[in-house]
Design a protein around this ligand. Structure first.
Ligand code: CA
Length: 464
């Protein structure tokens, strides 16, 4: 029996948290086209990133390696495209490959995308409106809205593809990254409604390390005029100002998400019309999660749940039961090996994740991981002041060490902080408001987690 190799459409957004998707039970918006992927495919409830920052997570996704192996540990470290990526490996095996949208891994020479028959990307972070774009032919401006343009490029390429060969298409949106600039079509969505506030919008950072209080990513204090786009009204109390800023922030964020959702719908419609739906694996994810006012924050970086968790929906009618849900721990580290596995391409011993293909079929290997290793390297940058940390998460607990210095972290400042630890019991404290690291009742749990963290660091080859 010959099994046709699947086509792969890999849609990735930037900073789209799963709690802004109705498929994940969002209280603040609806995403009908993304929900369709969940209804017709599998929703992963515990997909985590190993470093919650755009550039490092993207390098990990391409290569299946942790940040210390890709060398892309912070925003200041660029990717060496000579490293093997799933895209290049699929291309070598006969797949047609293309990348449109955000790259954010550096430009020029060895930093340009490799392994793609065709690519056109935004420079670094890129612009929402009339963005400049880079292709092998050079730089040029495209008129329109980035999310629409990136989808247009993908659809155009699909229309020109060789129908005799499978394809792997990366549609990597800039949205809904800061500064959250909506398009005309969605500019007035939510004008007449108040978006519900998250429970922890007024977090006072008690019960945790100093790192949480030190971070400068507060909705109340740290959004700039470009983020807010209009002056704060006069005469508001501090609490009223926070409420106003939250609405200002979250509405633009959700308007950008709505455009992503529409454009995912366009892609799905194309696959339907072209008769490709059955033979095409469609992935929707984001490079990490995001704080949507949770803990009083926007942004990501921390190992806390909202930032650690990536949305992940995968539809492939030939292998995935419609409407299935998986709660195993899967990682951004697993994408490369999963795509290789699906394409029948042997993975590489240097890859550090694992193929999710058995999980897609509803078969959980007995030795599937029950814990994950995280490390955020970009220590105390001059804007966000989030401290470097590493940690371990199991199904119930999370141990985090803010290790206090920028040891080995390019771009880190010279400032030093005393190491601090946090331990959360996610069953009793799902919002991570009270570290139990020093509580005697948790001494045994703490010891076990310290052992597990050490084991994971040795396994990853990351010994800070
Ligand atoms: Ca990101």
């Amino acid at each position: 029996m010959t099994q046709t190799l699947p086509n792969i459409v890999f849609v990735m957004t930037d900073d789209h948290a799963s709690h802004a998707m109705s498929a994940y039970g969002s209280r603040i918006n609806t995403t009908p086209h993304l929900d369709r992927l969940a209804d017709e495919g599998m929703r992963f409830d515990n997909c985590f990133c190993t470093n919650a920052l755009c550039t490092p997570s993207r390098a990990t996704i391409l290569t299946g390696m942790h940040s210390h192996r890709t060398g892309v540990t912070t925003l200041a470290t660029h990717f060496d495209s000579r490293l093997p990526t799933f895209a290049g490996m699929l291309q070598e095996s006969g797949y047609q490959t293309a990348l449109f949208g955000k790259w954010h891994l550096g430009h020029g020479g060895v930093h340009d995308p490799r392994g793609f028959d065709e690519w056109e990307v935004l420079p670094d972070q890129g612009d929402y409106h009339d963005p400049e774009m880079i292709s092998p032919a050079g730089r040029h401006v495209r008129e329109g809205y980035a999310t629409d343009i990136i989808t247009d490029l993908a659809l155009d390429w699909l229309g020109r593809r060789d129908e005799e060969r499978p394809f792997c298409l990366l549609v990597h949106h800039k949205a809904p990254h800061r500064p959250w600039e909506p398009d005309e079509k969605h500019a007035h969505m939510y004008d007449d409604v108040d978006i519900p506030e998250p429970d922890t919008l007024r977090d006072d950072y008690a019960g945790r390390s100093e790192a949480a209080a030190a971070a400068a990513m507060r909705v109340a204090d740290d959004l700039n005029p470009r983020d807010l786009k209009e002056p704060v009204p006069d005469g508001l109390s501090a609490d009223e100002e926070l409420a106003w800023k939250y609405q200002r922030y979250i509405k633009d964020y959700l308007r950008c998400v709505a455009s992503v959702d529409d454009n995912v719908g366009r892609l799905l419609d194309y696959l339907d019309d072209a008769g490709l739906t059955e033979d095409t694996l469609v992935v929707y994810t984001s490079d990490q999660g995001f704080f949507l006012g949770d803990h009083g924050w926007y942004d990501k970086r921390f190992m806390y749940e909202e930032s650690l968790r990536m949305p992940l929906l995968i539809r492939y009618p030939r292998q995935i039961a419609a409407g299935s849900v998986n709660d195993d721990i899967v990682l951004n580290l697993d994408f490369a090996q999963t795509f290789c596995d699906l394409a029948g391409v042997p993975d590489l011993p240097t890859m550090q994740g694992r193929s999710m293909v058995p999980l897609l079929r509803g078969e959980r290997p007995d030795d599937w991981r029950t814990s994950m290793y995280y490390r955020y390297w970009m220590h105390d940058d001059s804007i966000h002041h989030a401290r470097a940390h590493y940690g371990v998460r199991t199904d119930r607990y999370k141990l985090i060490c803010y290790y206090g210095e920028g040891k080995g972290a390019p771009g880190s400042s010279d400032r030093r902080f005393d190491p601090e630890w946090e331990l959360f019991d996610l069953e009793h404290d799902p919002m991570e408001l009270r570290s139990v690291y020093d509580e005697p009742d948790y001494a045994a749990v703490r010891k076990d987690l310290e052992v597990e963290l050490d084991r994971l660091q040795r396994e990853a080859g990351d010994l800070p």
